[in-house]
Every structure is written in C-alpha cells, then in structure tokens.
Design a protein. Structure first.
Length: 90
C-alpha cells in the first residue's frame, strides 16, 4: 500500500504593474500553476498543486526569478496524503 501526497500551495506574486500581463502568461505556462486572480496594482494569486515540497520551492524560485517580479509570498501550504492503490481500485 503506497501512500502518496499532493502539496497544495497558494502564493501572492507582486510584479511591476506595467508587466502584469506578460508575467501572468509566463506563470500560466508553468506546469502545476494556476492563476486565480490579479489586481491592477500588480498582484497575482497563484495556486500550485505538486507532488512534493521540492516542486513548491522550485516553482517559487522560478516565479521569483522572472523579469519584473518584485517578490513572491507563500500564503498557504497543505499536504494531502492518499493511498494510490485505492485510487486505482476505484
């Protein structure tokens, strides 16, 4: 019985407002990242769903290193555990 986990995280990304659209395009192209909202002031709400915590930190680093991103804040992080065998049986 193999237990697997999924990490669900939410981020607030602050970007230079003039570059909001281009940064959103780059984030939307990332696997496991979904944009849930933004503001004219240059803030973007991003939700990540990843297999392990390493992917969370890697994605935060990638976003933070995008041109015109000022900062990225981790707001929420939850780990869900499930039995992969029971998922296959369903």
């Amino acid at each position: 019985m193999a237990l697997q986990e999924v990490h669900i995280s939410s981020l607030v990304v602050h970007v230079k407002p003039a570059y909001l659209a281009s940064v959103k395009e780059q984030i939307a192209a990332m696997p496991n990242a979904e944009i849930y909202g933004d503001s004219e002031e240059g803030k973007i709400i991003v939700v990540l769903e990843t297999e392990n915590q390493g992917y969370v930190t890697d994605t935060i680093d990638k976003i933070n290193n995008l041109e015109h991103v000022l900062t990225t804040f981790l707001v929420y992080h939850q780990i869900e555990h499930f039995d992969s065998q029971s998922e296959e049986d369903s």
